[in-house]
Design a protein around this ligand. Structure first.
Ligand SMILES: [Zn+2]
Ligand SMILES: [Zn+2]
Length: 459
């Protein structure tokens, strides 16, 4: 139901007519010159009750979006125009042809100096989110802020458009005086303080729109940029993870259990501490070094079986492996076996990840850090035991220290089947024959064999 037609290039606004002047127009000779705006199809002045409007004489030949055609649509447009005209410094243009002449704005609010424009679009029928976005974008592109007046909340879309929910729809009762529509409560997705339509129009035109989300295109671009940033971040994390896993793999490839070079020699322990060693070729300078890991059973406890080697993934400023009694055992093992591999040195270093200081194993030749996270991921077969208590003796000591068990009438529980004893220094000719120095392993004839053993490959 258009409210405006053109007569000799002038706008004829139905809302500005009285019943009498409308009747006069309907019977005048001029009525044959009335045309619809933009499409130029001949217009007919009509009335239904108190509602005055124009209609196409024939819709054939019209390719223009004239807007909604229901009486409710028309009433809302009239009410908006009334509300806009009340705001000082502003005026309303009902059914304003958009400058590109492709469609008609339901109600355009224009500041009297022409500098600012707000397009009010009354959308009573449903419309897809894409259509809301593309129609809004046309306004943003033209420097006009669009506002959608809709009966109910818009369906969710990642692209938001400025909307006012009025509850006034295609089948709502039209008040006798359309001005009453300005008093209906509104629900907004912007300008939070306005309670009714009138207050909303006033605030919007006075203070200007506060719409930080930007135009649909800007929102789509921001979403795309955010998505790209997220993908780049995921890729970077994935690359970091892959690099870490590669470093773990390389540390494993560069490590061998001490027994590969020097045979399964163990130093008997006079405490309850197990110590393992691995031979590691420095990732930076390739020089070999001996790295060790030690475990105690914990305060007041004793081992009842040989524990699994466990290089912790995090260590603090002090580390168990740096205690003098542990160093003494490692030194004694090196001396007994005549190992020609130097001990790694323990120094304070910062972790790359958290920047925390910790006692790190470092290469004695070039000072490069053997990252604790990589030692933590060294496979158990890359370590060999170099010292530990005699478990059978430890178990016996343990039972002696628990007299309650002795008093019990129950028979003594036999040690678990998994309980193994750690051999003390094995000097049998077979074991002695297994011992090689690092240099021997790396002699011209032994190097291929050593590499095979050291890298843990069979090729
Ligand atoms: Zn038309
Ligand atoms: Zn090095």
């Amino acid at each position: 139901m258009p409210l405006v037609a053109m007569l000799d290039g002038e706008r004829v606004d139905a809302t500005k007519h009285t019943r009498e002047s409308w009747l006069a127009l309907q019977s005048s000779e001029e009525r044959r010159q009335l045309v619809m705006p933009l499409c130029g199809v001949r217009a007919v002045a009509k009335a239904r009750g108190e509602t005055k409007f124009f209609a196409h004489l024939s819709t054939a030949g019209c390719g223009v979006e004239h807007g909604g055609e229901t009486p409710q649509h028309l009433a809302m447009k009239e009410a908006l125009a009334l509300g806009i005209d009340r705001v000082p410094g502003w005026h309303a243009i009902i059914e304003h042809p958009y400058p590109s002449r492709e469609w008609i704005v339901d109600v355009l609010a224009e500041s009297d100096d022409g500098a600012r424009k707000v397009a009010f679009e009354v959308q009573l029928s449903s419309q897809t989110p894409d259509r809301y976005a593309s129609r809004s974008q046309r306004y943003f592109d033209g420097g006009i802020f669009p506002v959608w007046l809709v009966p109910r909340e818009l369906e969710y879309s990642p692209i938001a458009v400025p909307a006012v929910v009025t509850g006034f729809g295609k089948s709502s009762d039209i008040p006798e005086d359309v001005e009453q529509l300005l008093r209906i409560d509104v629900d907004l997705n912007f300008i939070q303080q306005a309670k009714n339509l009138d207050a909303f129009i006033g605030q919007l035109l006075h203070r200007g729109p506060h719409w930080p989300k930007g135009s649909p295109t800007q929102q789509a671009e921001a979403r795309k940029a955010e998505e790209e940033r997220r993908i780049a971040q995921l890729k970077a994390e994935e690359a970091k993870r892959a690099a870490f896993e590669l470093a773990v793999q390389q540390t494993n490839e560069r490590s061998a259990p001490a027994s590969v070079a020097f045979g399964p020699h163990r130093v008997p322990a006079d405490s309850d501490i197990f110590i393992w060693a691995t031979l590691n070729a420095c990732w930076k300078c390739e020089e070999p070094m001996l790295v060790w890991a030690a475990r105690s059973p914990g305060q007041g406890k004793r081992w009842t079986r040989v524990p699994e080697v466990q290089a912790r993934d995090e260590v603090g400023l002090k580390r168990f492996e740096n205690r003098p009694e542990i160093h003494r055992v490692v030194d004694r093992w090196i001396k007994e076996i005549k190992a020609d591999v130097p001990k790694a040195v323990i120094r304070l270093r910062r972790t790359k990840a958290s920047g925390k200081e910790y006692s790190a194993f470092c290469c004695p030749a070039c000072d490069a850090v053997v990252g604790q996270v990589f030692l933590h991921r060294l496979r158990p077969e890359k370590w060999s035991l170099i010292s530990g208590p005699e478990i059978a003796a430890a178990a016996a000591r343990s039972s002696k220290s628990q007299p309650r068990q002795r008093k019990s009438a129950q028979p003594r529980v036999p040690p678990p089947a998994t309980l193994r004893t750690v051999p003390a220094l094995d000097q049998s000719p077979r074991m002695v024959a297994l011992q090689h120095t690092w240099a021997e392993l790396h002699s011209e004839e032994g190097v291929a064999d050593a590499r095979r053993k050291f890298r843990g490959t069979r090729s």
